[in-house]
Design a protein around this ligand. Structure first.
Ligand code: NAD
Length: 510
């Protein structure tokens, strides 16, 4: 039996309306055919104007014109806009979190955590605006200086997914802006109000700092109109976050015109639990990573590879912990697991569970829909644990729902093989107190993912590191570390102050 909770039915639309008003987006001005829906109740929130393909081109025109002024603005001055954006996000953290909760169905704590990530990346980007370093290398010729300089790229197209309506966009935008780029943002049309809120706060920062108003454009539209972003040669970089299916369309299309992409696509993240693991610590890490956000994080833990000697004990503990999770409308603060985004998410989960059973798996807990009477148009499910005799096809694909597949291993090298034997390569973890096993997991012969953790789950990355994954996850890196370099172009400069013209490699000519 699961614990369920039904929130007091204060009007969601009223809350959303008020949050937008406080942020400075006037809801009374909004009308159109893009209707926004809340996964909490299934109700329609507000209707917004939907951008056409022509509107997308106009947004690129404007951003391209603004870029010409913005690229000449000193980087630390550009940083002031991002600094102000961070201040406004701090001031309106709760308002923006209310929009994220209403549209993505997260608990308020997770929604506020998402806005905190935006604030953190603003801080990071402000510092980075004074550190767009190029190197100086020793020239092989006397009287010559050899160096690298970094320059803004142009208009960056940002395409983002529903499950992180604002954070991932801010990783791109804060960094792109300090790098001197203009941004055209196409968020998921499922979370348009959150996008409007985040955009309005940035527009306020841009205006207060007297930066070019058009340096940031929001286009609320579907994937069809978004093709303009993929095809326009004035958009040298498209940073796209979403499913691997989306990446297969976006990547080749942008590459066809030699544009660049940062692809942040689906994950199928696993943790290995060895016999030496601290099981209590592992348990908490696994439950948060596998069931939190109702399994709708790109870094959600979807596979557990457990040593056969402890598998029975760990699964029993996990089942007991899952039964304590409160599922329901996260406006009730006792709720830990909110809804799936929509009916398609629910159906995909049911299909995967059926396939898992057909492929030899056993559902040991969860999987069913709950609260269907209270919320006929919203989709609440019990997070599921499924034991699998092998890593079958269903385990190898990403289902964007809370299903944790558990497999066993006997030999550590077998665990690593199982771990890496999926097409995706985003996040990974090992729970162990054995230092050698931890080091092997982090070595070249270990996890093949972009993120590899020890004694911590697969989700909940910090902005200071570069974020992204390998293989079908797309290879892109965003956020901290040196990810900023992808938003700039590098020029290698040679300056000759010798008064002679010696050629490189000792070549003689004339
Ligand atoms: P989705 O692929 O359906 O949509 C993502 C975005 O791409 C949306 O804005 C959508 O409108 C747009 N889009 C889709 N096809 C397009 C096309 N052909 N051209 C232009 N735009 C297109 O994904 P979703 O359901 O919103 O999000 C869930 C998926 O995103 C999961 O697979 C999850 O793992 C992934 N995700 C990955 C990361 C990461 O950093 N790796 C982060 C968040 C989500």
């Amino acid at each position: 039996m699961s614990n369920t909770a039904v929130a007091t039915k204060t009007s969601l639309s009223d809350n959303v309306y008020e949050a937008l008003q406080t942020i400075g987006a006037d809801p009374a001005q909004l009308a159109g055919e893009l209707s926004t829906r809340s996964p909490l109740t299934g109700e329609t929130l507000l209707n917004l104007p939907r951008a056409t393909a022509e509107d997308v081109t106009t947004a690129i025109d404007r951003a391209d014109a603004a870029f010409r002024t913005w690229r000449d603005t000193p980087a630390p001055v550009r940083g002031n806009v991002v600094k102000r954006w961070g201040e406004l996000l701090t001031e309106h953290k709760r308002d923006l979190a209310i929009l994220v909760q209403a549209e993505a169905g997260k608990s308020l704590s997770e929604a506020e955590g998402e806005v905190q990530e935006m604030i953190d990346i603003c801080d990071f980007a402000v510092g980075q605006s004074r550190m767009l370093y190029g190197r100086t290398m020793p020239s092989e010729r006397p009287g010559h200086r050899l160096m690298e300089t970094w320059h803004p790229l142009g208009v960056v197209g940002v395409i983002s997914a529903f499950n992180f309506p604002v954070a991932v966009y801010s990783w791109n935008t804060a960094i792109a802006l300090i790098c001197g780029d203009a941004v055209v943002w196409k968020p998921s049309d499922m979370v348009a109000l959150s996008a409007l809120g985040a955009h309005t706060l940035l527009a306020r920062a841009v205006a207060e700092c007297e930066a070019p108003a058009d340096v940031h454009q929001l286009v609320l539209t579907d994937r069809h109109a978004a093709q303009r972003l993929l095809d326009d040669p004035r958009v040298p970089l498209v940073s796209a976050t979403g499913s691997t299916r989306m990446g297969r369309e976006v990547g080749p299309r942008v590459a066809e015109r030699f544009g660049r992409t940062i692809l942040e696509l689906g994950g199928n993240n696993a943790a290995i639990v060895t016999p030496d693991a601290d099981l209590d610590l592992a348990l908490r890490g696994i439950v948060f990573a596998a069931a939190g956000t109702a399994g709708q994080r790109c870094t959600t833990m979807r596979r557990l590879i457990v040593h056969e000697s402890i598998a029975g004990d760990l699964v029993d503990k996990l089942v007991a912990a899952y039964r304590t999770l409160t599922i329901g409308d996260p406006r009730d603060e006792s709720v830990l697991v909110g809804p799936l985004i929509n009916r398609a998410g629910h159906d995909a989960m049911q299909d995967a569970l059926r396939d898992a059973e057909a492929q030899g798996g056993t559902v040991v807990t969860g999987g069913g829909r709950v609260l269907a009477d209270e919320y006929p148009d919203a989709y609440y499910v019990e997070p599921a644990i499924v034991t699998m005799p092998a890593q079958t096809e269903v385990v190898r694909s990403e289902t964007f729902a809370p299903i944790l597949y558990v497999m066993t291993y006997s030999d550590f090298s077998e665990a690593i093989d199982l771990h890496n034997e999926v097409p995706q390569g985003l996040s990974s973890a090992i729970f162990t107190e054995n230092q050698a096993e931890a080091e092997i997991f982090l070595s070249a012969a270990g996890s093949d993912c972009g993120i590899a953790n020890v004694n911590i789950g697969t989700s909940g990355a910090e902005i200071g590191g570069a974020f992204g994954g390998e293989k079908e996850t797309g290879g892109g890196r965003e956020s901290g570390s040196d990810a900023w370099q992808a938003y700039m172009r590098r020029a290698t400069n040679t300056v000759n102050y010798s008064g002679e013209l010696p050629l490189a490699q000792g070549v003689k000519f004339l």
